[in-house]
Design a binder for this molecule. Structure first.
Ligand code: AHR
Length: 545
């Protein structure tokens, strides 16, 4: 059985098993044990001037034959509305710390051409020219905010801390948020087509400042963070600053930064809201190599061991969230600062991108849908800790929800995960405990284990949303679901699964992977039954009385 269950949960499962011997798994939902509100911003997205994300992905240009709304791909904004995309991060990533926001405002035809941050990436070597290497800045602040508004999302801007001074940051805030007609930059914004302020709330202060964002020491980054966040004009907006936090489980970066901010010379910037953390599931080498490319797997060609290893890598998220939260709490005792997981997803070696210009582009299979779902469940289980997250990246890159080239556009299995899980946004997370036989798989001649069933639950009024991942490649899980203290009056299930774990959508077969509604046997009192197919992502919606 799944390890790590609390004593009380084990007792609950013990009771359940005595009444239903035909089940191999049990889920106990404790609606009287609220965990906190799942902020919609946890379902956010990330976009960067990288490969096919902006150009060919979001921005097709006003003159394009591809259906567009003022240059923005119309199919994309319609799809983002379908999943209630709450927030979108831009312009990077590493690109952010090489970006001068002034290059992306003013008349589009007069904007400067600049070298893109990614020009020297090994995955860019196949390209000789083009906007992926030499950025023409036709997509700038106005275009991005318009894209957000069309999609129904809030903008989250990442400021350049490595190569621009704090005054430039102040000016970007002024360009975005100063009242109509109040300043020269407000007038410039008006000339760009937006007289009214954008009221941008979320601002990242640098990106990966331990690496591409300047290779800072945490103490030095803290000094910069203080400079950048002191006395920024608010223009009546409740600004939310997000500091550039650790890579994965780098506790030292967090500890030294927080100590510098809140230790002996305590300084808590008024609008300090978030601490970013990045985690890519990217090392499938099982200890054979640490080399950045060699340790990665392939997006489409993989054995079952690589499937489970990818899930294991993605599942490190829970330990990262808990560990980083504990480090932060040593200095930020009231936990005023929330975690912002603004980059996550699988990262495979190059080779499956749908167009050569798509640097870090890759295909996404059912495996990635399972990994994404278990990550979102992890966020849902920690609503008091995770204030925001951003899937990396939205389109044509890494953990994309969409693939597009010219006028062709499809959704990946990940899109359906976000659509299925949207019901959690803004709902009250409640405790749910899962018990199922562990998965056992062969890891280079040794048995390895992974949990058998996991997920998250949330309540909105009388509607309970229970999302569940069954990671097992071949075994279904006959499961009894008990909602303690409630009567289940109605039930419905949506399942994302496929007989082949390598299944993915292509331009030729755009609907190869799709969710489907599945019938449930009638619930009895506080109990429902459901059989979770192998390698599946499921949402149960239970109407309670
Ligand atoms: O998402 C690709 C890159 O990964 C981002 O630019 C960077 O922040 C991270 O290292």
């Amino acid at each position: 059985m799944q390890s790590g269950l609390t004593a009380s949960a084990t007792a609950l499962f013990g009771r359940g098993q005595t009444t239903a011997t035909s089940f191999d798994s049990h889920i106990e939902v404790l609606i009287d044990e609220p965990l906190g509100t799942i902020l919609p911003t946890v379902y956010g997205h990330f976009t960067e001037h990288l490969g096919g994300v902006i150009y060919d992905g979001i921005w097709v240009g006003e003159g394009s034959k591809t259906p567009n709304t003022g240059g923005v791909r119309t199919a994309l904004v319609e799809a983002l509305r379908r999943i209630h995309a709450p927030v979108i991060r831009w312009p990077g990533g590493c690109f952010a710390d090489s970006y001068d926001w002034k290059d992306g405002v003013g008349p589009r035809g007069q904007r400067p051409r600049r070298t893109n941050f990614w020009v020297d990436d090994p995955d860019a070597k196949r390209l000789r020219d083009g906007v992926q290497l030499y950025e023409d800045n036709s997509f700038g602040t106005n275009e991005f905010v318009r894209f957000c508004r069309l999609s129904g999302a809030e903008p989250y801007l990442a400021a350049n801390l490595r190569s621009l001074p704090p005054l430039e940051f102040d000016h970007w805030v002024e360009y975005c948020n100063s009242p109509a007609g109040s300043t020269m930059l407000a007038e410039l914004r008006a000339k760009d087509g937006a007289p009214e302020p954008f009221n941008v709330r979320y601002w990242g202060i640098g990106n990966e400042s331990w690496g591409c964002g300047g290779n800072f020491l945490p103490q030095d980054y803290a000094t910069e963070f203080r400079r950048f966040t002191s006395w920024v004009p608010s223009y009546g907006v409740d600004l939310a600053f997000i500091a550039s936090g650790p890579n994965v489980d780098d506790w030292d970066w967090s500890s030294r930064f927080f100590e510098e901010m809140l230790g002996r010379r305590r300084y808590f910037p008024l609008n300090w809201w978030g601490w970013s953390v990045h985690h890519y599931a990217e090392n499938l080498s099982r200890g054979r190599t640490d080399e950045w490319i060699a340790r990665k797997g392939d997006a489409l060609q993989f054995e079952s061991v690589e499937y489970y290893e990818l899930l294991r890598e993605a599942d490190r998220m829970e330990g990262i969230i808990i560990g980083q939260w504990n480090v932060m709490g040593q200095f930020d005792r009231k936990h005023r600062v929330k975690l912002v997981v603004d980059e996550y997803g699988p990262w495979y070696r190059p080779g499956t991108q749908i167009d050569p210009t798509h640097i870090l582009g890759q295909q996404l299979t059912m495996r990635d849908a399972v990994a994404t779902a278990l990550t979102l469940d992890t966020f849902n289980r920690h609503p008091e800790k995770v204030g925001m997250a951003a899937c990396a990246q939205l389109i044509n890159c890494l953990n994309a929800l969409f693939l597009a080239h010219a006028d062709r556009f499809i959704v990946t299995p990940n899109f359906y995960v976000f659509e299925t899980y949207a019901a959690h946004q803004g709902a009250q997370a409640v405790r749910a405990e899962f018990a199922a036989p562990d998965v056992t798989y062969d890891r280079d001649g040794n048995p390895a284990h992974f949990w058998g069933l996991n997920g998250s639950a949330s309540l909105r009024g009388k509607d309970l949303t229970l999302t569940v991942v069954n990671p097992h490649l071949t075994q279904q899980r006959a499961t009894e679901v008990t909602v303690h203290g409630a009567h289940i009056a109605s039930s419905a299930a949506v399942v994302l699964a496929h007989s082949a774990i390598h299944a993915h959508n292509t331009f030729e077969q755009p609907d190869a992977v799709q969710p489907r509604n599945m019938p449930l046997p009638p619930a009895q009192g506080e109990q429902a039954r459901f059989t979770f197919p192998p390698a599946s992502v499921t949402r149960l919606t239970l109407g309670l009385t």
